[in-house]
Structures are given as C-alpha cells and as structure tokens.
Write a new protein. Sequence first.
Length: 343
Amino acid sequence: MTRSDCSILRGLAISSIFLHNYCHLLPTAVIKENEYTFDEFQCIHYIKGLLYNDFLVNTLSFLGHYGVPVFVFLSGYGLVRKYEGKRDNVSPISFIWTHYKKLLSLMIVGFIAYHLIDYLGHSDYDYSLKQVLGQLTFTINMFPNHPISPVPYWYFGLTMEIYIIYRLLLFRKSDIIVLCFAIFCLISQSLFYHNSIVLEWLRYNIFIAGLPLCLGVIYARHELFFSPTKRLAFCLCCIFFIIILVFESYFYLWLFSSIPVILFAISISRLLPEFIANYIKKVGDFSSLLFVIHPTTRMLTLWIGVRYNVYLGLLVYVILTIVVLGIISFIKYNMKSVKQMRS
C-alpha cells in the first residue's frame, strides 16, 4: 500500500471511532457494541431494529468501534515497513523508550485539558494519583479495577503493548511465530466465553490486537496488494458487511471479526470518489491529533445530544472538534515556522 492508501484507511478508521464514541452514549443508541464482551442478541436486535430504530446512530454505536482493528492492522503494517527493511538493528530498550516518549508527548496535552475541564465542571471529581500514574505510564489497562479517564485513551496503553510485543516477539521473526502469537491471543479469549470479567480484561490489552496486528505484519512482509475495480469493490463491501454481521452473531466467529472488517475497510477505500478520498486522506493525516482531542470535545457537547436533539449535538461535536483541530494545527504550524526562521 502507498502512503496515500494508509492515510485513507486511517481516515476511515478514526472517523468511525470518533463518531462511535459519541453515538454509543446517546439515548437513541439502543444497540450497544460487542467490543470487550459479547452478547449474541445485540446483532439480532440491530438487524430487527434497522427499520424503526435510528439507523445511523445505532449503526455507529454497534459497529463504529471496528475502526480499532483497522488502526492495529495499519500499526503492524507500518512497523514492518519502517523497521524490518533496515540493516541496522534498533535495541529493544531504545525502541520501546522512543515510542513511549512519542505516545506521551501526543497524549499529555489532551489528557491535561480533559481532566482540567472535568475537574472544574464536576464537584465529585475523584480521579486518583494512582490512576494518573497508570495512564502516564500506559499501564492502566493492566489493572481492571482502575477506570480509564478519558475512556478512549485505553488505546494508548494498547498501542504501547503493541510496540513492546512487536519488538520483543515479532520483529524479524518468522511468519510461523507471528501466526502462533495470533492463535495464542484467539485461544486465550475463547477460553473465557462465560467469564465476561476476564474476557473484558483480555480485550483491553494485547489479546484484542493479536490477530489484526499479525495480519498487518504478514501483509507488509509479503507485499500483498488488494485493489479491486469500483464495481467489484461495491460487491465486496456488501459481502463483507454481511459477513461482519454473521460474525457478530456467534462468539467464536466474533473473535475473527477483524478479518472481514479490514477487508471491508480496504474495499470502501477503493470505492470512494476522488474528492471524498482526498478529504478522508486529510482526516487520516490528522488522525492522531483528532483522537487526542475528541474525548474533550465530546464531554463539552454530549449534553446537547442527550438533553435536546441527537443530530444537533452530533453536529456541534463535529464542528467544535474541527475548530479545535484547526487552532492546534495553526499553532503548531506557526511554531514550526518560527523555529525554521531562527535556525
């Protein structure tokens, strides 16, 4: 895949997550997602309610979280393309420390902004020092009794785990080892179908990422390329969407759902008209920043969708996020220009 292809997929993934994280908290979102735990009746309710439920809100609530495996897939793909073609060998400590600093610098501003606004707006604010340290060290995912705040930032802990597992276990290892790791993650989850507490803990950590991460690694190593015509892409989108719903109906198939999701996303990216693809590509280029700021803009606008009008709240949420994104991008651009002038 080209850099442009990856940006479009990132744009689709972050758009899905960005809208899902707002919609699944709305009162009209009666269908909740199967993300950390599984309920086979959720898919049945979704299909039955297509005609009389709020289609857009419930679709984003039920399926929008699948932007996560697309991101994980792209992480595996990008790590291979960036590191495995080089002759020099980055030490594990240097690799992990470099990526820790990158994640921390990305998260810290949004983390402070969110908790400052939350503290000023809630008299019962009780986020403890232990939770703050857990979030700043990206270890909070490993402690199920410590609620993550803002909740979407659980992905930072997962990303740190991805970097560690990749460098220590998958980096330049054979495809057999990569596949064995994916199978290990799948089997680990399958053992706890009836224990939602353990299953939830597993899926807050690397186990949820095992399959899409390994798919991205193998996809990159073998230079695989999937570029259907628009007509074929449309047919594949319909087929993969149906497959996703089938996988959502059975626990053991659900564990493999990232496969049709990734293929669906790739098919969608080939189907987009050029002007929409260019817009989605720009969204993908700002995906990291968008992910960091959207929990704060959601907190500031969710009350509109809950108390008044769902789509008015969603519109204000999108507009406010775009405005904040533009302001931050403008500041970063000017700071970069000043540094260049001084140098």
